[in-house]
Design a binder for this molecule. Sequence first.
Ligand code: NAI
Ligand code: PHE
Length: 349
Amino acid sequence: MIEEVVTTWDGSLLSTRYDAETESFFAIAIHSRKRGPACGGTRAKHYESYAAAVADATRLASSMTLKMAAAGLPMGGGKSVIALPAPRNEIGEDHWRRILEVQAENLQTLNGSYWTGPDVGTSATDMDLLFDRSGFAFGRTEAAGGPGSSAPSTAEGVYVAMQATAAEKGMESLAGRRIAIQGLGAVGMDVAKFALADGASVTATDIDPGLCRIAAEMGATIVEPSQILDVESDVFSPCAMGEVVDEEIAAAIRTSVIAGGANNVLTSAAAGEELARRDILLAPDFIANSGGGMHLIGREVLGWSPEEVSDHVRGIGTTLREVFDRSRVNGVAPDRAARDMVETRLASA
Ligand code: NAI
Ligand code: PHE
């Protein structure tokens, strides 16, 4: 219900538009501009309802505020979703271009209070067009003068988060450990590469059989998408969509550590508490997957070199250790400890 979504969200602006020509619904949620202009990717997919699209935009925008503050980046949190009339791979090129042009108009209307970037369903090439038409997009291709895809830095950060979280559970290295990866897209595939190169044993899945074949050739064991949550592992890495772990899954999953690329891994705080009760250590997603934001904002706003981006991405391990310390000292789940830490920073911004 849209009423429930908008009355329970504490953001600062929700702007929506239905475009009849492209049969697409656009929602841009600005959660906070306390630390700077809002930023967050444009997600394009087919949603079961426009209320579901608005719910996704608002939840993801809130996470972007936390992500930027946790990473110490001078930006606020926002997110766009485009609810497509059909799945992304069924939208023809001309139709897609027109959809992007409408999104560029939306960005112009917001006039820099919100800057977008790539997310699920959009790419660096799409950012080229959005930037050309609006001036408010991060993550253009290198050919167009941008820093290129954020996914490699996100994957690097996810792997750092896996290592730091596993170390907290007494696993000094991931060599020889069992790692289960859900989603072998831009982030998940690179995470699989890091893990295999480190000597871990990787079990992975994707709904795209072509990606599964590539991972199998690299040495991963492939299972059906429906089986990945039943795989026994040392580390589970959700790198597909969010909202993967509800209370029931938290009570059943056989792993020691959860660290992945997906935004909003938990469906509720109760799911986080159940994980903590079972002594499963979760790397809060808005910290674990912040490498992509460091790449985009670092390169384009702060003028960092690729090496400086990498240094900051490695700092994700230090941030997580601080979160785990707070979690232990305050007797709260890591997700709660991370939110408390960031909210303190936001209060003083
Ligand atoms: P992507 O679209 O390249 O990959 C996602 C993959 O998940 C696709 O290959 C898709 O087929 C697969 N998938 C979807 N549903 C699935 C299911 N039920 N079971 C198994 N596989 C499934 O996206 P990308 O860039 O790899 O992002 C992955 C996640 O990380 C997303 O949730 C994204 O929001 C998040 N993220 C990505 C960042 C980036 O820089 N790319 C930054 C921060 C977060
Ligand atoms: N969509 C990605 C994320 O969720 C990358 C991104 C970061 C896009 C910052 C825009 C701004 O982190």
